[in-house]
Structures are given as structure tokens and as C-alpha cells.
Design a protein. Structure first.
Length: 271
């Protein structure tokens, strides 16, 4: 990446010192013109920084989203207690009494709001596909939290969402296996990607019954994605990851042991 100081110096090197027709010593007119065009092209097409937003802005937005998430979880908790939307203990639970669920809906709202704003400075089509598919999965999860749905309905909707994601954003065309190199998948990659999405959607849901684990994993993973997105200059991924981490942190204020509320399917399947 070319710094502003270098760009200024490079352009100034070829500024005429006496008249428009004078040239820098040792440089032909054709070479001067070619060099000017190359520098101007780099200035035009190369971004000034990896991400436009300075760290202070990110910190302030992170703090704001954390507060909004914590407040949202508190409101959902009051609603869940009134409507008796409860998570009853089972063999993988860390709680012994019925506990409200559905607090992950606050994370969903925070992430979708941040994603809608970030989408306008990113690949709009891919961003919208992600947001719409995520909203459908979250709505399905919320319906399951309020009125338990049959596995057939849940898997059918998840399969359609996975199919839409693959058709809109692509699929695994190859995998890299250590010591063996790259393995082309061809059309099989299409099926593997769909099964991968459905599998991870349901696998993450199993962590929700233990105090703090689902929110803690989401927080750690999202911070990692923020770092990767910064290096890769992925604007949309950065802000979605920031929203996930902030939303998860706000949720953890209510979910840390002893948990006062759980994510429910609305949040866990969305993440």
C-alpha cells in the first residue's frame, strides 16, 4: 500500500521547476508521462486504509451495541417470564429450575441492524442474502422457543435457507488436506456445503443449555473474525463480527452462571 507521503513525493519529483516544458534531469518526456499515469492510477484505485472507520469509532459503537444488547435481553427476559417461555432442565443443562429463554433475540436484532448499515458499503447482493437468510433462521428459532416446532419443519426451513445461501454466495469447490494438498470437490461440494450449514446451525444449538458457553464462544469467535476481516479489508464481515461480539457480551451479563436467561433457538441457530 502506498502512503500519502510517498504519493506526494513521487508526484512532486516530476513537477516542472521552471516552465511546463521543462523536464527532470535524466528523465524523458515519455517516461515522465508513464510514471505520472501509473501513480495516478494507484491513487485512484488503492484504498487509503484497510477499514475506513478509526478504532475510536469501533470502540464507541461496540460499547453502544453492548448496552443495547444488555437492555434488550432484560426486556426479553421480562416478557419470557410473563409468557412462561421457559427452558426446562435436561441431561445437558447446568440449571435445575425452569429458566426463561429467547434472550438471543437481542443479539439477532443488534447484528441485523449493524448488517443493514454495513451492507451499503459492501457487496449488497451477498449482504442482503446473508441478512435475509439469518432473519428467517432467527424467526424460525423464535417460533420454536414460543411454540415447539417439529424437527421436520425446522430441518425443512433450514435446508431451504442453506440452499438459498449456496445458490447466492457459492459453495466449497475444494478442500485442502494436510500432507495431501488440495482436493477438488466438484458438484459434491454443493451438497457438502448445504449439509455443513445445516449441521453447524444445529450443533451450536446444543451449547445453549450450559451457563455462559454459547455467548462466550460467540464472543471469542467474533473477535477473531474482526481481526481477520481487518486484515482482509472485509467491511461487512468486520461490522457483523463487531455486532456479534458486542451483542454476545451484552447477553453474557444475564447468562453468566447462574444464568437468568438462555439464548433459545432464536439466538443459537442464528449464530
Amino acid at each position: 500500500m502506498i502512503s500519502n507521503d510517498f504519493r506526494f513525493t513521487a508526484l512532486a519529483t516530476f513537477q516542472p521547476s521552471q516552465s511546463p516544458g521543462s523536464l527532470t534531469v535524466g528523465t524523458s518526456k515519455g517516461e515522465e508521462k508513464a510514471y505520472r499515469n501509473r501513480i495516478n492510477s494507484q491513487i485512484k484505485h488503492e484504498p487509503i486504509s484497510r477499514l475506513e472507520s478509526p478504532p475510536v469509532t469501533s470502540i464507541l459503537i461496540f460499547a453502544l451495541l453492548t448496552i443495547l444488547s444488555a437492555l434488550g435481553v432484560w426486556i426479553i427476559r421480562q416478557y419470557a417470564e410473563r409468557r412462561r417461555i421457559m427452558d426446562h432442565p435436561n441431561e445437558r443443562s447446568s440449571h435445575s429450575a425452569p429458566t426463561p429463554r429467547g434472550g438471543g433475540l437481542a443479539i439477532v436484532i443488534v447484528v441485523l441492524a449493524a448488517g443493514c448499515v454495513a451492507a451499503f458499503n459492501s457487496n449488497l447482493i451477498h449482504s442482503l442474502i446473508y441478512l435475509i437468510c439469518g432473519a428467517v433462521i432467527a424467526y424460525l428459532g423464535w417460533r420454536d422457543d414460543v411454540h415447539s416446532l417439529s424437527p421436520r419443519v425446522r430441518f425443512a426451513v433450514q435446508g431451504l435457507v442453506a440452499l438459498a445461501s449456496v445458490l447466492g454466495m457459492g459453495y466449497f469447490k475444494s478442500v485442502t488436506i494436510p500432507l495431501f494438498g488440495q482436493l477438488p470437490l466438484g458438484a459434491v461440494g454443493f451438497i457438502i456445503t448445504i449439509l455443513w450449514i445445516i449441521g453447524l446451525t444445529n450443533a451450536y444449538n446444543f451449547m445453549d443449555g450450559i451457563d455462559g458457553i454459547a455467548g462466550g464462544v460467540a464472543l471469542a469467535a467474533a473477535l477473531g473474525w474482526m481481526f481477520l476481516a481487518t486484515n482482509a479489508n472485509q467491511h461487512f464481515v468486520y461490522w457483523v463480527a463487531l455486532a456479534v461480539s458486542a451483542g454476545s457480551l451484552g447477553f453474557l451479563f444475564h447468562n453468566w452462571s447462574p444464568a437468568k436467561i438462555f439464548m433459545g433457538d432464536a439466538g443459537s441457530t442464528f449464530l
